[in-house]
Design a protein around this ligand. Structure first.
Ligand code: B3K
Ligand code: ZN
Length: 875
């Protein structure tokens, strides 16, 4: 496989103005008849150019131009392209091909899921449906006729509006759909199956009625309320916040069981992984309810940021994904608890995206080359892209940012554009020079800021020095300084209040943004009457690592006094990390572990101070994850990290048992389940308390967990209880509970996913054997991505002590799965491999074991997806 370069971009030689498709759906031999209305691109008038169309795994049955069948010597077909040597400047191309949906386990193109036909075309799946210029800068209107068996496929859906339908001979029927909005073929969708719908309506801001439909298998009809409500909230929010109105008469969502990602924003016909849309209090946790709300909104928001204005080429993927993630994050923040949403997003980001940015697959938010675009649906493109858009919003302020967004949508409606076009709109409306800022898009790696501060009492000055450096990444050894907005305050140690800041004679107020542009900059704040502790990078104002030599007292002080909720939480995390550091060292050196009383006292303060923000309190009481602790270590020692973190949990639980118990009891409730912020906050606080109590496993705690499980009030509580029991030493209670749960929910694949994950994430040493055992369970299947993630992904990604077993058996198991999946579903294979690619972070013996497994995979005949990842990992 060869890389493709951004610099090689050229407009297509031919564009499609209108696409007519006809599908005759048969499981193993579907016929696709395509009529493409083509014309020479105005910017590509140089000499004669052959027509080259993409096409993979297609059997060509017929080809004609302007009604004239082509002779054998007039065209050529190979495994990836169809070439017609001579074509007129405007013409109609007819083709007929046969595809095999049943054999399609890659889940790209047209495939079968539970007897239902569905499609996934982004990024390059459409070329597995018909011959086409499969690139996002070719935008056409579509007219699609779907023909299928009336008995087994009563519902036939595609993009746009249904314009005709009727019966056909042999028990078949058809529906024709028209999509009037020009779109790239990656937004094409088709669904056919035995589906039921729930329907609702939305009146848009200009008074148009939109029919909303959620299509599911019959047994899932009771799980659609939340997604529908979320959709309506999202539609309203996008009108109010961005002035964006929906543009078709109907909006459809379909739930399918076999899906590589969360969901897909096909025009007017979103297709969702059932795990990202179905909810019920008895089967889904609070986290799932919130995730569903976020994903429904995300896909809906794409209707403008992605569909109406799309990407010129796939190097611009973050144009739509970064912006849309930012939009969905803000929507969720507005709908739920804003501080908690930020804490959750940042904690995930600093763990997972930082690791990606520091590993062998690090890439810029706008990559300049790739082998397989399917490998670039990454945390960097999505989440770091969203952080960059957030910085733009903060630099411009909301009003100007909104103007920039309006300008972008108006100027580029119906076009395929670049990240530069987007940023240029922001520069134009604000007059800001965003030249240096653009480096955020081009430079991979996480910038590190070293900060030091000095207070001069005599002069009343606080001198803050910031030094930035971005470590080299695989393809970029030299890095340039970035424009980094650092939001900050100076908290007076006497008053506990934010001090007014004056910088170079300019008064900044008590909370301000300073701009770091050079490698090193000094900021001298004057008229500072008392010694301050700086609160830096408030709200995580830039996606960087910031080091400041805080003492533990400073952190305990900020934890109490910082006016920025995010930094209050982060001070707690930093304080815990310092304590964990000592304990990790103690564990390694075999000396007795001693708990830092400052952490205990900070926690006591949190538990005994009245607060109405229970959601934030639950976050403050949550220790940094093993993965985040590992991120801070030069060489990751999974066992020492696990031991240290467990020790802290137990020490806190022992010292504060009564306080945790009181919090648990005060937040118990049998009110009917509602997924609203207050209830969610209460449940998370209660369950955090229970997790501490279960860390010491005293009889009362075990009894509480058992009752919470048996009570079965809602899945959030049941799952927490079952997890805590399964991860404890009380097999006598956990095993029967697991058995009962597995039997009760055997019919529900989404609950069985949770049942798998709970078991394979247990820290006990039998976890790997459980994984192997469960892989033979009738509910498990290697061809279903949700099952692979629930069992293999959860084990390799979350069960750090067992995946990194010293004997290498965890690595071997993952490599075995990757080798199988490489043949079945390359996109999933290339994702699931991630933990093995991070071998540089571990000790020599583990490094050798991990590399040996990567080499073993490399010896196989590899898909381009797995090939690209393996080559980078072993480079
Ligand atoms: N745009 C889709 C991604 C699908 C890509 C699969 N290879 C989901 C989303 O970001 O909304
Ligand atoms: Zn998206």
């Amino acid at each position: 496989p060869q890389p493709i370069y951004l610099n090689d971009y050229r407009p297509p030689a031919y564009r499609v103005t209108h696409t007519e498709l006809k599908f005759d759906l048969v499981s193993s031999a579907t016929r696709v008849i395509a009529r493409l209305h083509l014309e020479r691109h105005p910017e590509r008038q140089e000499g004669e150019l052959p027509l080259v169309l993409d096409g993979e795994q297609l059997r060509l049955l017929h080809i004609a131009i302007d009604g004239q069948a082509l002779e054998d010597d007039e065209y050529d077909v190979n495994e990836s392209h169809l070439t017609v040597y001579r074509v007129p400047s405007t013409f109609v191309l007819d083709t007929e091909v046969e595809v095999d949906p049943e054999a399609n386990t890659a889940l790209e193109g047209l495939y079968l899921s539970n007897g239902m036909f569905c499609t996934q075309c982004e990024a390059e799946g459409f070329r597995r449906i018909t011959f086409y210029p499969d690139r996002p800068d070719v935008m056409a209107t579509f007219s699609t006729t779907v023909i299928g068996d009336k008995g087994s496929l009563p519902v036939l859906l595609s993009n746009g509006n249904p314009v005709e339908q009727g019966d056909l001979p042999n028990g078949k029927h058809f529906v024709t759909w028209d999509d009037p909005h020009p779109k790239p073929c990656y937004l094409f969708a088709l669904v056919a199956g035995d589906l039921q719908k729930v329907e609702d309506h939305f009146t848009t801001m200009s008074g148009r009625d939109v029919t909303l439909q959620l299509w599911v298998e019959e047994e899932n009809l009771s799980k659609t309320d939340h997604a529908m409500a979320s959709l309506k909230r999202a539609m309203k929010w996008d009108e109010e916040t961005y002035g964006r109105e929906y543009d078709l008469d109907r909006f459809m969502i379909v739930a399918v069981n076999d899906f590589n990602m969360g969901a897909m924003e096909n025009k007017g016909l979103n297709i969702f992984n059932s795990a990202a849309v179905l909810t019920h209090p008895q089967t889904a946790t609070d986290a799932t309810f919130q995730r569903v709300e976020g994903i429904v909104a995300h896909e809906y928001f794409h209707n403008w940021s992605g569909n109406r204005v799309t990407c010129r080429d796939w190097f611009q993927l973050s144009l739509k994904e970064g912006f849309t993630v930012f939009r969905d994050q803000c929507f969720s923040a507005d709908t739920n608890s804003a501080p908690v949403k930020r804490i959750e997003d940042v904690s995930f980001f600093r763990t997972a995206q930082f690791a990606e940015d520091a590993g062998p697959t690090a890439h810029p938010v706008q990559p300049d080359h790739y082998i397989e675009i399917g490998n670039f649906y990454t945390l960097t493109i999505y989440e770091k892209g969203a952080e960059i858009v957030r910085m733009l919003r903060n630099l411009l302020g909301w009003e100007a940012f909104r103007q920039g967004s309006d300008l972008y949508f108006q100027r580029y409606d119906g076009q395929a554009v670049t990240i530069e076009d987007f940023v240029e709109c922001m520069a134009e409306v604000s007059g800001l020079d965003l030249g240096q800022f653009m480096r955020w898009y081009f430079q991979a790696g996480t910038p590190e800021i070293d900060a030091i501060g000095e207070y001069d009492y005599a002069k009343g000055e606080y001198r803050l020095t910031l030094r930035q450096r971005t470590p080299p990444t695989p393809d970029q050894h030299e890095k340039l300084p970035l424009h980094i907005p650092v939001r900050m305050g100076l908290v007076g140690t006497k008053s506990g209040k934010d001090l007014s800041m004056t910088l170079e004679g300019e008064s900044l107020g008590t909370d301000a943004v300073i701009h770091l542009r050079d490698e090193e900059q000094e900021f001298v704040f004057t008229d500072i009457a008392e010694a301050p502790v700086p609160s830096l990078l408030r709200g995580f104002s830039a996606p960087v690592k910031l080091r400041f030599p805080y003492g533990r007292e400073d952190l305990a002080f900020l934890l109490q006094h910082d006016s920025d909720g995010f930094n209050r939480w982060d001070s707690g995390q930093r304080l815990a990390l310092l304590a964990l550091d000592d304990l990790i060292a103690a564990h390694r050196n075999g000396v007795e572990k001693v708990m830092d009383s400052r952490v205990t006292e900070a926690f006591r303060g949190l538990l005994t101070t009245d607060t109405d923000d229970k959601a934030v309190l639950a976050e403050m009481l949550t220790l940094p994850s093993e993965a985040y602790i590992a991120e801070q270590q030069p060489v990751v020692d999974v066992d020492a990290i696990h031991a240290a973190r467990t020790f802290v949990k137990q020490a806190l639980a022992l010292a504060l048992r009564d306080e945790f118990m009181a919090v648990y009891r005060a937040n118990q409730s049998d009110a009917p389940y509602v997924p609203e912020p207050r209830q969610i906050a209460q449940r998370s606080l209660k369950n955090v308390a229970l997790s501490y109590l279960m860390a010491i496993e005293d009889e009362e705690a075990v009894e509480l967990a058992r009752n919470q499980f048996e009570d079965g009030h809602n899945m959030t509580d049941v799952r927490t209880a079952l997890t805590l029991l399964t991860h404890s030493s009380r097999g006598d209670i956990a095993d029967p509970a697991l058995k009962a749960f597995g039997e009760k929910w055997a019919h529900d694949p989404l609950v069985m996913d949770q049942w798998f994950s709970i078991q394979v994430t247990r820290p006990q040493s039998d976890a790997l054997e459980r994984v192997k055992f469960l892989m033979d369970h009738p509910a498990f299947s290697l061809t279903n991505p949700n099952k692979v993630r629930a069992l293999i992904g959860a084990f390799a990604g979350q069960n750090r002590v067992n995946f990194h077993r010293a004997d290498g058996e965890g690595y071997r198991l993952l490599a075995d799965v990757v080798i199988e999946l490489n043949k079945l579903n390359p996109e999933i294979a290339a994702r699931i491999i991630t933990p093995l690619t991070r071998w540089q972070r571990f000790d020599e013996s583990r490094q050798a074991l991990m590399k040996a497994e990567l080499e073993r995979i490399r010896a196989e005949e590899l898909s381009s997806n797995v090939y690209e990842v393996i080559e980078k990992a072993l480079a």
